[in-house]
Design a binder for this molecule. Sequence first.
Ligand SMILES: *Cc1c(COP(=O)(O)O)cnc(C)c1O
Length: 297
Amino acid sequence: MIESLEKIAIQHLPHFSTQDVQVDILRLDLLHPIVSGNKWFKLKYYLEDALAQNKKTIATFGGAYSNHIVATAYAAKEAGLQSIGFIRGEISATPSATLRDASNYGMDLVFIERELYRDKEMIMLAESKQGFYWVMEGGYGEPGSKGAADILQAADTRAYSHILCAAGTGTMLSGLVRSALPGQEIIGISVLKNHMTLEKEVLSLLTNEDRMKPFSILHNYHFGGYAKHPPELIAFMRDTWAKENVPTDIVYTSKLLFAAKDLIAANRFPGGARILLIHSGGLQGNTSLPPNTLPFS
Ligand SMILES: *Cc1c(COP(=O)(O)O)cnc(C)c1O
């Protein structure tokens, strides 16, 4: 397991802060160079459960640049479990760095043609005799949500009034809502275009009590869709690195930080707000970019 939760730190962001609001970032990306961030928290209880059930192999799904795939490969290895990844798309003669890393951590990769990949139930059914322990794509589910609830315990986060995170499946968002203290508002930035079922998917991970807590999801910061990264976003990432010394990824954290800056400029937060951004990691995803696109790696 990653023993180094103490590497997680809170960093102040002077160029995001204003006279009215103070902004900090929780650097989960510092956990590990490849297996950083929220995936680690989301996988914890799945691994515990798999071990308790005497399972030998974790099976899961993801694309060729998936943070979840590489994190699962690493976490399974650390837990003494085998892993198998069902990967969307065709096998390539030049595999992504993500898949090379996953494979180096011992994951078996099975490539599934895109049309078939959509039908996860079919894939699971076809493999049902294998006795795999299945983890849904992105770690969506109750154990994932429970693990993400531990994120706010990684540092002293009690004084923040607003906590912002990127949302893919919404599992991390649900975990933050679960562990939010009275008076803390959670805001999720959806990175998928028109993912209008996200609210429902988050609510289904929450108890009736937690559903009453203040949380919301913003759908207008996806920059064209999942992993889309127009020049404006790349320029913002370079600027954030230069000014705040914070590296971001093209899929999640750049869009979160952009949204935060935009919301602050639009006076979305009351005076005196203390805002915490969750840097959920994911930097390995930048390996999909041409070399030297970004001044950090
Ligand atoms: C997977 C991921 C997310 C999204 O988490 P969900 O729980 O699926 O919403 C956010 N940030 C990073 C860096 C990720 O890898």
